[in-house]
Design a protein around this ligand. Structure first.
Ligand SMILES: [Zn+2]
Ligand SMILES: [Zn+2]
Ligand SMILES: [Zn+2]
Length: 301
């Protein structure tokens, strides 16, 4: 038996260490974009008694319906904001009324416009981690907004074609989950997750600020309803991730079509879907649930 070298320091996470660089790095072997955020290890975990996001809390001193403020623990050196959806601590976008979600949509649109006008912003990403399992550190219903200096890889990959992939796609009825006059929610044909949804306006609209009142109302209803369907299939709140792709804030992007990605993190009630080594190693995702079956489960009232 040989003596293994002692394992050192790899388990110590409290020391934030020396920053290796500012901004988004790119791995020289894989090309993967990475943000090193060691300083975030010091951020508070879910406070038991005093919620900083409840009215009167440290981040929300005054009464509010919805509220956006700079993130004290940003993962990014650029602008980073927290968006509070409701003053009620125990709630979720799935439990808010359509009128309440509409106020959130309006705030997303306003912040997208405001941050997008800054010279140092190239892309505004609105997103949410819902449920502790999804990585939210505070229970209070909230999401975040990152203003990236340059558009990151994933939205750029979607924009790599000169034409709009969403307008070109004919979604078969069996994959459709929800429909209104102006919006549609469906399970993608090649869904990578068991419960994966896409929400998009039927009209080729580029971003949140471009939505008029009607489409904003429809989005407010549809997003809440999509999450309620996920929760119902999950038999309780299914932890989920949501992010919104919209037009980069600099340059000419006629192919950009606003849409939301919603991903439930379970493959069965209470059972987390993990991305396995074969998937990480190949980049090929293995979805254990037939998308038409997922769509039917989510569609049924
Ligand atoms: Zn709270
Ligand atoms: Zn389009
Ligand atoms: Zn997208």
């Amino acid at each position: 038996m040989t003596d293994a070298p002692p394992i050192e320091s790899s388990a110590r996470i409290a020391d934030p260490g020396t920053p290796t660089g500012r901004g988004v790095l790119r791995d020289s072997l894989t090309g993967q974009q990475v943000l090193i955020a060691g300083h975030r290890q010091g951020r508070p975990q879910t406070p038991a008694a005093e919620c900083p996001f409840c009215p009167g809390g440290t981040e929300a001193p005054d009464p509010y319906d919805v509220r956006a403020f700079p993130n004290r623990w940003p993962a990014l050196p650029g602008a980073s904001e927290v968006v509070l959806y409701t003053p009620r601590h125990t709630s979720s976008l799935a439990q808010l009324s359509q009128g309440e979600v509409r106020k959130v949509v309006d705030l997303w649109a306003e912040r997208t416009g405001e941050l997008g006008r800054r010279a140092d912003t190239g892309y505004v990403l609105v997103f949410e981690n819902r449920g502790g399992e999804a990585g939210a550190t505070v229970d209070h219903p909230h999401g975040q907004i990152f203003a990236f200096p340059e558009p990151p890889d994933l939205p750029m990959r979607e924009l790599s074609s000169s034409t709009c992939a969403l307008c070109a796609e004919r979604v078969p009825d069996e994959l459709v989950v929800l429909e209104t006059r102006g919006w549609r929610t469906w399970v993608p044909r090649a869904a990578a997750w068991p419960y994966e949804l896409r929400l998009a306006p039927r009209e080729h609209l580029p971003d949140l600020p471009s939505l008029t009142a009607g489409p904003r109302d429809e989005l407010a209803w549809m997003l809440g309803e999509a999450l309620r369907r996920l929760d119902r299939v999950g038999g309780g709140t299914m932890p989920s991730m949501m992010w919104i792709h919209q037009r980069p804030t600099r340059g000419h992007w006629p192919q950009a079509h606003l849409h939301l990605h919603v991903t439930g993190l379970w493959h069965a009630p209470g059972r987390r879907r993990h991305i396995a080594a074969g998937e990480h190693g190949s980049g090929v995702m293995v979805n254990p649930l037939e998308p038409t079956v997922a769509a039917r489960m989510l569609r049924e009232d």
